[in-house]
Design a protein. Structure first.
Length: 193
């Protein structure tokens, strides 16, 4: 019987073995750190804002919404008080519609704030009604303005949109109120054939 043929030997230098072992150890360390970080973060609770901070944001957003509403209502009322070129009934209709649109816009703004703090739709509606009543009461008794508050992005978006739409409504109403009545076109005179 013949001896088996010799097997080919795999020759690996010590340097390659050391580099491979170092890479394997480094990979294990990275994996261990990643797992420990995930586990550590999983057990931690994140607090983005305290209840007092959210209440402050909510109150500031309400004030901004109310201020935009009051300024636009004031503009419409001042434009209506002018001596206008349009009939009084038409001016009244324009002013009443603009004031109703502004009230609906303010209500929507308060609903959006309620939803931003986590209220369900029906609870946000109730919150909006209470906020409107409180805002109407504050307008009767002006109060000093509190310190400025930098609004969180979600509240800022609501307030900015409210301001844009309120200005648009009051500007459109002012333009309609101060427009000259449309005159029927007069026939042009021609100088004959």
């Amino acid at each position: 019987m013949e001896p088996p043929p010799p097997r080919a030997a795999l020759v690996v230098s010590r340097r390659v073995l050391m580099l491979a072992a170092a890479a394997a150890i480094a990979a294990l360390v990275v994996i261990a750190l990643a797992i420990s970080g995930v586990l550590a973060r999983g057990g931690m609770a994140y607090t983005l804002a305290t209840r007092d901070e959210i209440a402050g944001q909510q109150a500031a957003a309400e004030r901004h919404i109310d201020r935009a509403y009051a300024q636009s209502v004031d503009q419409v009322k001042k434009a209506r008080a002018l001596r206008l070129a349009i009939p009084a009934a038409q001016a009244d209709a324009i002013a009443v519609k603009a004031l109703a649109d502004l009230a609906a816009l303010r209500h929507s703004g308060f609903v959006a704030v309620g939803q931003a703090v986590g209220l369900a739709s029906d609870a946000a509606e109730g919150y909006a009604k209470v906020a409107e009543q409180a805002a109407d009461g504050r307008q009767a008794r002006p109060q000093p303005s509190p310190t400025p508050v930098l609004l969180a992005p979600r509240f800022y978006a609501i307030v900015a949109r409210m301001g844009e739409l309120a200005v648009r409504i009051s500007d459109d109403a002012t333009t309609a109120l101060t427009a000259s009545p449309t005159a029927s076109p007069s026939p042009s005179r021609s100088s004959g054939p």
